[in-house]
Design a protein around this ligand. Structure first.
Ligand code: PMV
Length: 314
């Protein structure tokens, strides 16, 4: 049986994080240049399935049965097994990911999707992107408690999506290529903790928080047609507005605010924190010509700056 290699992209949320948890719409895009890679091959020397995690510091090798049940690798594999309803023959899975962890870039969904695609290939099963996304949603629940489902959707389909809980997923065709810059705050927070903090604020101040969440959701709706026309300038204005609401929601940090201000001052059309917040990355949208200048400025305050382009539909 040949080795099966798969990959899945990172993602960033352009509009609607947190609001999406409460049924408002959200827009997310894939980052194809940043991905998780998985290789699966049959295990011929032992009956135990093995996971090899490739890190900068070297390889770590584990028996999958010895990993914690709620670990990303074991959780993804067991959700896959449950979904397909058959035990898997022994295998060796090698996982490498360049996606920063707990940084709002969808690292857990990406690793889960890449594992599930590889496992499907390993047992000769043809699963659609929608089926992979549905199984990855189960593994996201193990990692994040009650995720909205946007991460597994954008990562599985690798297309810009307009996502609203309980409604069919909409794919957004891009009118023109868009240019983005991501900058790491260097701070980390678990999405489930930040989602829980917003839930508490909403219980304490329902009117204020519900108003912010619905304003954020409205921005996603306004942004939808701007993606279709590729209007980076107008999208930027809405992203900056989204950041202001996220700040009022209490999920920004001083560093994330500094990063958005730096991007705006050096010529970005707009900037916001992305993902759960209280750390992780900020995302800015800009003209291609400004990418270098904005990056140079951001690098003065961020340990990791990444620029990427979202290509228009051909
Ligand atoms: O931090 P991330 O990249 O997992 O994004 C979280 C987005 C939230 O809206 C805060 C939570 C969710 O499940 O949608």
């Amino acid at each position: 049986m040949p080795a099966i290699s798969t990959s899945a992209p990172a993602k960033t949320i352009l509009f609607g994080e947190h609001a999406v948890v409460y049924g408002h719409p959200s827009i997310a895009i894939p980052i194809s240049s940043l991905c998780a890679k998985v290789i699966i091959q049959p295990s011929i020397t032992t009956n135990a399935s093995i996971a090899i995690l490739k890190n900068k510091a070297g390889d770590e090798e584990y028996k999958i049965s010895a990993l914690p049940e709620n670990s990303l690798t074991r959780g993804a594999i067991s959700e896959f097994e449950k979904a397909v309803g058959q035990p898997l023959p022994p295998f060796i899975v090698t996982i490498s990911s360049h996606i920063p962890i707990a940084a709002g870039l969808g690292s857990s969904a990406s690793v889960a999707v890449a594992i599930m695609r590889a496992l499907a290939g390993f047992i000769g099963m043809n699963l659609s992107d929608a089926e992979i996304s549905a199984i990855a949603f189960q593994s996201e629940k193990i990692q994040h408690g009650s995720p909205s489902g946007i991460d597994n959707s954008v990562v599985s389909f690798e297309k810009p999506v307009f996502f609203k809980k309980g409604f069919p997923l909409e794919f957004l065709a891009l009118g023109k290529a868009l240019h983005f810059i991501l900058a790491d705050s260097g701070e980390r927070a678990l999405t489930k903790d930040v989602v829980a903090a917003v839930r508490e604020s909403r219980l304490a101040k329902p009117a204020k928080i519900n108003m912010l969440l619905s304003k954020i959701g409205d921005l996603s709706t306004q942004a939808k047609s701007l993606i279709a026309s590729g209007n980076a300038f107008a999208l930027g204005k809405l992203m900056t507005e989204n950041h202001a609401h996220l700040k009022d929601l209490g999920v920004s940090t001083i560093t994330l605010d500094k990063l958005t201000e730096s991007a705006l001052q050096s010529g970005a059309f707009g900037a916001k924190l992305c993902g759960g917040g209280r750390g992780g990355f900020m995302v800015a949208i800009c003209k291609a010509q400004y990418q270098k200048k904005i990056t140079d400025e951001l690098e003065k305050i961020s340990p990791h700056v990444i620029s990427f382009k979202l290509k228009e539909e051909n």
